[in-house]
Design a protein around this ligand. Structure first.
Ligand SMILES: C[S@@+](CC[C@H](N)C(=O)[O-])C[C@H]1O[C@@H](n2cnc3c(N)ncnc32)[C@H](O)[C@@H]1O
Length: 317
C-alpha cells in the first residue's frame, strides 16, 4: 500500500464510522453513542502516514486543532469527522504541534461563515478546496446540494481519500493547485467559490499572483477565500521556525501585510472587491484575549494573519 501502513485492522472501520454518523443522527442515536463509536474506532486502528513530510504533513496540524475543538463539550465547531480522522491516524500530534490552539479553528470558522452565506445565494453551487488536506469543511457546511471538488497533491489526496472518499457531490482530485488543469474539472454554472486555507504561504511567491489571477480570468464571477501570513512570520519560517523541539514549520516564502491588500486588485481586472473576513474569538490567553486586541489596533493589525475574501466580476460590467 504505497507509503501507508495501517496498524491493526484498516482505515475501513474509520470510514464505516464516518459513513454511519448521519444515519446515527437521523435515527436519533445520542451523541454519547456516536462518541463511543468514535472512541472504539480510535482504539482499534491507526493509519500510519509515514509518506507525509514537508507541506503535505502540515495538513495534520489544522486537523489536530479542529479535532481538539470539536471534541470539547462546549465546542464551537461541530465536526465529529475531524475527531474520528485525527483519532484514526498514528501520529504524535502533540509532539509535533504542541498543545492544540485556536489558530486553525478560527480560520476554518471564518471560511465556514463565508461559505454558508454564499451557499444561501448559490445553493447548487460548486466549491473548490485547493490544498484541502484533511479539511472536513464539506460536511460542516453541506446543505444537501453543494458540489465540492477537493484539490491537493497526490500524496495528500491518497490520505484524504481514506477518510473522505468520493461521493456524488464530493470529489477528490490529485493535482497541484499550480497545475491549472484542475479548472477543467470545475462546473461554475451554479456559482463558484474557491477556498485555499493554509496553502498560498507555502507556494513560490511569484506563483501566488499567477494562480490568483488565473481564477477571475477563467471564472469571472467566482469568489475566493484564502489566508495569509504577514512578512515577519514568513521570514521566521524561512529562518527555520521550530514549533516544538521535534517539528520545524516548512518554509512559508509568501507573506502579505494588510496594507498590501490594495495590490491584489491589480492582479487581475476582474477582481472587483477585496475584503478581510473577520476572525471569531478563539480560546485561551492568546487567541481569546491578545489576538482580538491586536486585530483592533491599526499598526499591529497590519502584521497579523488574515483570511482574505475576493469577489470577481467581469471588468466590463
Ligand atoms: C496546512 S495544510 C492545509 C490543509 C487544509 N486546507 C486545512 O486547513 O486543514 C496545506 C495543504 O496544502 C497542500 N498543498 C501543498 N502544495 C500544494 C499544491 N501545490 N497544490 C495543492 N495543494 C498543495 C498540502 O498537501 C496540504 O494538504
Amino acid at each position: 500500500m504505497d507509503g501507508f501502513r495501517v496498524r491493526s485492522f484498516s482505515a475501513s472501520r474509520a470510514y464505516l464510522t464516518l459513513g454511519l454518523i448521519p444515519f446515527l443522527s437521523i435515527a436519533g442515536v445520542s451523541a454519547r453513542v456516536v462518541r463511543q463509536a468514535m472512541e472504539m474506532t480510535s482504539m482499534t486502528e491507526k493509519l500510519v502516514v509515514s509518506n507525509l513530510s514537508g507541506v503535505p504533513e502540515t495538513m495534520l496540524w489544522p486537523l489536530y486543532g479542529r479535532a481538539a475543538e470539536a471534541r470539547r463539550p462546549d465546542s464551537r465547531l461541530h465536526d465529529p469527522r475531524a475527531v474520528i480522522i485525527a483519532d484514526s491516524i498514528d501520529y504524535d500530534f502533540e509532539r509535533s504541534f504542541g498543545r492544540p490552539s485556536s489558530r486553525h479553528v478560527i480560520r476554518a470558522m471564518a471560511i465556514d461563515t463565508l461559505l454558508r452565506k454564499w451557499l444561501r445565494k448559490h445553493p447548487g453551487g460548486q466549491v473548490v478546496g485547493l490544498g484541502e488536506g484533511l479539511e472536513t469543511q464539506f460536511h460542516r457546511v453541506d446543505q444537501g446540494r453543494v458540489r465540492w471538488l477537493s484539490v491537493d497533491v497526490p500524496e495528500s489526496i491518497d490520505v484524504r481519500k481514506r477518510f473522505l472518499p468520493d461521493t456524488d457531490r464530493h470529489r477528490n482530485l490529485a493535482c497541484s493547485a499550480l497545475d491549472l488543469r484542475w479548472m477543467d474539472e470545475v462546473d461554475p454554472t451554479g456559482g463558484l467559490f474557491i477556498t485555499a486555507a493554509g496553502l498560498f504561504m507555502y507556494l513560490p511567491p511569484e506563483q501566488v499572483p499567477r494562480l490568483v489571477a488565473a481564477i477571475p480570468e477563467k471564472f469571472p464571477t467566482a469568489e475566493l477565500a484564502f489566508d495569509t501570513v504577514p512578512h515577519w512570520a514568513s521570514r521566521k519560517t524561512l529562518a527555520g521556525l521550530k514549533l516544538t523541539p521535534s517539528y520545524t514549520v516548512p518554509p512559508m516564502p509568501w507573506g502579505l501585510d494588510r496594507n498590501e491588500l490594495g495590490d491584489l486588485k491589480r492582479w487581475h481586472a476582474n477582481i472587483a472587491a477585496v475584503q478581510v473576513a473577520p476572525f471569531g474569538r478563539g480560546r485561551g490567553f492568546y487567541y481569546g484575549g491578545i489576538v482580538p486586541v491586536l486585530h483592533a489596533l491599526p499598526w499591529l493589525r497590519n502584521k497579523m494573519p488574515m483570511v482574505v475574501h475576493l469577489r470577481c466580476a467581469p471588468a466590463s460590467m
